[in-house]
Design a protein around this ligand. Sequence first.
Ligand code: FNR
Length: 347
Amino acid sequence: MESLHAQRKNEHLIIAEKTYQQTHQHHPFDEIQLIPRALPEIWYPEVNPAPDQLDFNFTWPFYIEAMTGGSQRSMGINNRLATVAHETGLAMATGSMSIIFNDEGAKPSFEIIREANPDGFIMANLGATATPLQAKQAVDLIQANALEIHVNVAQELAMRPTEGDRDFRWLDNLAAIKEAVNVPVIVKEVGFGMQVADLDLLHSIGINYVNISGRGGTNFATIEAERNRDRNYSNAFLNWGLTTPQALIEAKLRQAKSQHIIASGGVNSAADVVKAGSLGADAVGVAGHFLHTLFEHDQQTLQVEITQWQQELLDLMTLLGVKKFSDLQHAAAIYHGELKDYWEQRQ
Ligand code: FNR
């Protein structure tokens, strides 16, 4: 019998997939239109998609974002995701590792990620209440190259008070974690987005990497509502948050342009990766969509899909006349609908 914590991990996997169609009906990236070049003046081999503004050793600008670990089921999934990451040269983040601090038996489900991908770029993941010592232990367990700390107020509030946190005074602890570990610390949302005040606050405590993870894909309000069916959630709560393109517009307003911005949330294609890059993302994480491919098909199909994205990324950069990923920010684009309104009002 697995612990309640491990059972929650399994429920997240199952419900993320069960709600995939429902949460992916509206696709915010559709409101971005990239304007192609008929004369790109590019020789195809010159195109280099590596994220040149991020000082991480990534070959590709997109990676497998934080999802799971801690249960038997999640160990199999991590093994498959990590093997695909290894085969395709993608970086990968683990799901939250906090379970290892009260369940020794949970460790192998994370260790397998390093075993399957010995030389890959791997990010450990913990919540904002982890102690600095725990942060070091999580990094050491898998020889992580970076550490993601997730901030997930809406998700915690969607959980029952007995299960979710209610103390959201996290800033001092984030600063302490950053001091304690000797790898880059990325503070990330889990699908509700971040606004510019958060980015500036994080910069004020020395956080130079932020994943604004926005709405448009996996929705943890919906997932938790599905887990707690006897509770009432308003539509306003279920639709809470900034979409990923909106959060990237927020990032354009940040004071310190040296702060690296990673995007995730509703990225379902190579075109979305390029669009996120055009809005200033230095790299792009993909969680729910890759999980969906794995669940609906298999490991081989996921590997083929990622290889296709890699090819298409080169094609799209060529079509836009862009040789390096950060130059996507200068590619011409227009915004439609809600995103256009958002852009105009935030100027
Ligand atoms: C997640 N996500 C997540 N994030 C995190 O920082 N720690 C975690 O443990 C998890 N767990 C988790 C489980 C499952 C099943 C999914 C699908 C997602 C959130 C994830 O990293 C990402 O921020 C959001 O899912 C938005 O991206 P997508 O899914 O729309 O690509």
